[in-house]
Each structure stands twice: as C-alpha cells, then as structure tokens.
Design a protein around this ligand. Structure first.
Ligand code: NAD
Length: 438
C-alpha cells in the first residue's frame, strides 16, 4: 500500500479531499489543486460549496483568481455529498473544534465528520486530521470510528495521522504554502506517506514525529505558549498601570535583547478560533490523568478578565471627565479579533462591547472589515458606515479594540473627546493629550 501511494503522490494521480472549507480547509484545498492534484472539497454548508463551484473566493488568504482558474480547469470542485469520499485517496479533516457553553471541548464536528467519512472510506486511503484538538483524538476517537464504519483496519487497509494546521490569517509572509508542517502517523508507513503528500504540496519543511499524540500536543504547546505569554504581559500591564510605568515602553526595551526574549503585547483579551480555546482542550484532557494545568488556568483567568478590566479603565477615564459610564456614548473601533481581518470569532472587542452595554453605556462600533456581526452567543451589531470627524465628535469616548491599519488615527485623536487605546495604535500620533493607552 505504501509503495503504491508514494508513487501515486509522485505522479500526481492521488485525488485529494478536504473536509471543512473554512479558514483552514479552503487554502489547503487550493494548494493541493495548485500542486497538480485533482481536489474535492466537502462541506456541510451548501452556500460555501456553491461559491467554490462558481469559482468564487470567500477567504482572505486565498487569491481570487486561483479558485476561479482551478474550478474552470476542473482541478477543484466542492460538494456536500459525502459519497464522493469513495473517489478520494487523501482526506484532510479541517472542521471546527470549539468549546461548549461550559468551556469544555465540543468534539462533535470531528466525530460527525469521521462518521460520514467512514461510510465511504475505501481501501488504500489516507486520512489526516488537521483540526486542533486534545492529544489522543486521532488514535482514541477517529481510528475506532473509521474502522467501525468502514470495516477496514488502520495501518493495514488505510493510513491515519494528525498534522496540525498553523495558518495565521492576515500574515503577509507565512501562508499555508510556506509554513512548515508537523506530521504524526499511526505507524511509520502512515507518517512517511502523509509527509510525502505534504512535501508534494507545500514549500515549508515537513517535520515528522513519532505519533499523532506528539503532533496534537505540539500544536497545543504552540497555542498555549502564546496564551501564557499574553497572560503574563496582560498581568504586568495591569501592574505597570498602577505603578505609572508604560508596559509598551518596557516591552520595547526588553525587545532589544537579541536572544531569550520574544515580545508579546497586552490587549483587550484573546480572540479567534485557536488561542483562547485550544488550551482548554488540554486542561480538559489533563483531568483524565488527575492532573491540573495550573499555569494555563491562571493565564486564562487573567486573559478572560481583560474585557472587564478595559471597561474598568473606561469607567475611570470617564470619571475624570466627570461623566458616568451609565448613559455615556462610546465608539468602539474594531470588532475583529485581530488587525486587518474579517474574522470576529471569540473577539474580545465584542466582549468589551457587551460589558460596556451591561453597565449602561450606549455603544456603537466602526470596523471597515466587519460591516455587521452575529455570533454564536446571539450577539449582533452593525458598523456605522463611515468614520467621519462629525461621527467621532458625537461620542464621549472612543475605545480602540483592534489595530486596523486602514483607520486614520490622527483624525480620530483630533476629533475625539477622549481615546482609550487598548492596542497602542496611537503611538505615532503627535498629540496624545486626550489619549490613554492600556
Ligand atoms: N482559523 C485559524 O486561524 C486556525 C489556525 C490553525 C488551526 N485552526 C484549526 O483548524 C480547524 C478549523 O478551523 P477553521 O478556522 O478553518 O474553521 P471554520 O469554521 O472557518 O471552517 C470549518 C468548516 O467546516 C465545516 N464543517 C463543519 N462540520 C462539518 C462536517 N461534519 N463535514 C464537513 N464540513 C463540516 C463548516 O461548515 C466550515 O465551513 C479548527 O480545529 C481550528 O482550531 C484554525
């Protein structure tokens, strides 16, 4: 099986499948098709499937003309029909791994998708989970589902592995194509074949590890590392504020050390589908072993408290203007979870907005990337259409919650009564007398 698959990869006769055509899956499917593989995308959302089949792009990191030409040349198509899995040799699973309302892993998307695949899995296939999850998911959860549903045996009839996705939306240098990849397979042959497939598609280095669990843990380490360092800096930021020291100046100074220090910055909290969620997958799994990941939990406590901390700071700023937060008009700049992207999943800005409203503030937002939002918690909003000096002057306070580059911050400073900048975007603005930084 291994020899045959390696030669099919070499001569591009493998048919590639990507399940879940979101931020991760669509760029991956496009790269596979661009590398010369016939590619089929699977999704449960028919609107995404229809867009792909019409050659239309809906993900920022994908080049519009790539999809259009791949679809036109019949190299790439999408479907909601899982029976086409039988036509596919290599299946990458890129479905969501969110948390439920008790902050516990919601693995139902991965499970449902594995059940759907298992019904049509054929002998000689390769399945790779790319969704971020707890260590053990591939072997303990996916393998038995695939074996039971297909009647096939892992390692003998099909290969299975885990390869974490590292896409960083909006990153102008590192894209799916040139980001190094880690691969862990069940058995050496699986790891070899999966690695060969990624080498055929991507330019980045492919690093093979001894098991899917190592690859799963490695991904959680990457995200937990960020979570904890951001937690540290958010905590230090709060202390610095009390001590009258600028945390931003401290970080700039620390950054001059050429080794042993990596800069992380404070902000209104963590956002996106990865950093705020993934460590919870680990803390949940750790409890199975009677282990408490206390450092991670403490970092979550700090980061989860940032939106409320920002509201507290807003309250103090308004207080100095002899203004109560209850009834104050506040303009929030940016609701995406990070700068220059259209993704607002788990956005801390939306939590700040919610907390401000809770204490009676009248809040509107402006975000050139997000004209409107509606999230899984039933919260929704619409951006004011244009950021003019008249609009800014109407508000008692402007709070910057995303560091978008396409906003004129000089104009904001000049026309705002007072600004609370949680992202230090006003650092280059000349006059800072009405600006307070987090
Ligand atoms: N977005 C990122 O920056 C990023 C980075 C690295 C890793 N990840 C991880 O990658 C995974 C996917 O994240 P994403 O951001 O692409 O999510 P997403 O929500 O953008 O896309 C997931 C897609 O899967 C589809 N889907 C859900 N259930 C399905 C099923 N049973 N069968 C077929 N399709 C199904 C959804 O309709 C959606 O289109 C997550 O585990 C995430 O943690 C995301």
């Amino acid at each position: 099986m291994k020899k045959e698959l390696l030669s099919k990869i070499e001569n591009r006769t493998i048919v590639a499948g990507v399940v879940g055509l979101g931020y991760v899956g669509l760029p991956l499917a496009v790269e596979k098709a661009k590398a010369g593989f016939q590619t089929i995308g699977f999704d449960v959302q028919s609107n995404k499937v229809d867009l792909v089949n019409a050659g239309q792009n809906y993900i920022g990191d994908v080049v519009d003309s790539d999809i259009a030409s791949l679809v036109k040349n019949k190299r790439f198509r999408a479907t909601t029909d899982f029976s086409f899995i039988k036509d596919v040799d290599f299946i990458a699973i890129c479905v969501p791994t969110p948390l439920d309302k008790h902050q516990e892993p919601d693995i139902s998307y991965v499970k449902n998708c594995a059940v759907s695949i298992s019904k049509y899995l054929k002998k000689g296939s390769i399945v790779v989970l790319e969704s971020t999850t707890y260590p053990g998911t591939t072997e303990e959860l996916i393998k038995p589902i695939l074996e039971k549903g297909s009647g096939l045996k892992c390692e003998k009839d099909f290969y299975l592995g885990f390869s974490p996705e590292r896409v960083d939306p909006g990153n102008l240098i590192y894209k799916t194509k040139n980001t190094p990849k880690v691969v862990g397979g069940i058995g050496k042959d699986a790891a070899e074949v999966i690695s060969a497939m990624y080498r055929a598609v991507l330019d980045g280095e492919v690093h093979t590890v001894s098991s899917p669990a190592v690859a799963e843990m490695e991904k959680i380490l990457e995200n937990t590392y960020r979570n904890i360092n951001i937690g540290l800096i958010n905590e230090l930021g709060r202390l610095c504020h009390k001590m009258g020291i600028s945390i931003w100046e401290v970080i700039d100074a620390a950054k001059t050390k050429p080794y042993g220090f990596q800069a992380f910055y404070p902000g209104p909290g963590l956002g996106g589908h990865c950093i705020p969620l993934d460590p919870y997958y680990l803390t949940w799994k750790a409890r199975e072993y009677g282990f408490h990941t206390t450092l991670i939990e403490n970092s979550m406590i700090i980061n989860d408290g940032q939106p409320e901390y920002c509201v507290e700071r807003v309250m103090h700023i308004l207080n100095r203007q002899k203004k109560a937060i209850n009834g104050a008009k506040i303009l929030l700049l940016g609701v995406s979870y990070k700068n220059d992207i259209d993704d607002y999943r788990e956005s801390p800005a939306i939590r700040v907005l919610k907390e401000l409203k809770k204490v009676g503030a009248i809040v509107e937002y402006y975000d050139p990337w997000i004209p409107e939002f509606r999230n899984m918690y039933g919260e929704n909003g619409k951006s004011i259409p244009e950021l003019t000096f008249q609009v800014i002057a109407e508000f008692d306070l402007v709070i910057v919650t995303a560091a978008h580059h396409n906003i004129d911050y000089d104009m904001v400073q000049k026309n705002a009564k007072v600004v609370f900048d949680t992202k230090n975007v006003m650092s280059n603005v000349k006059n800072k007398e009405n600006v307070e930084v987090l």
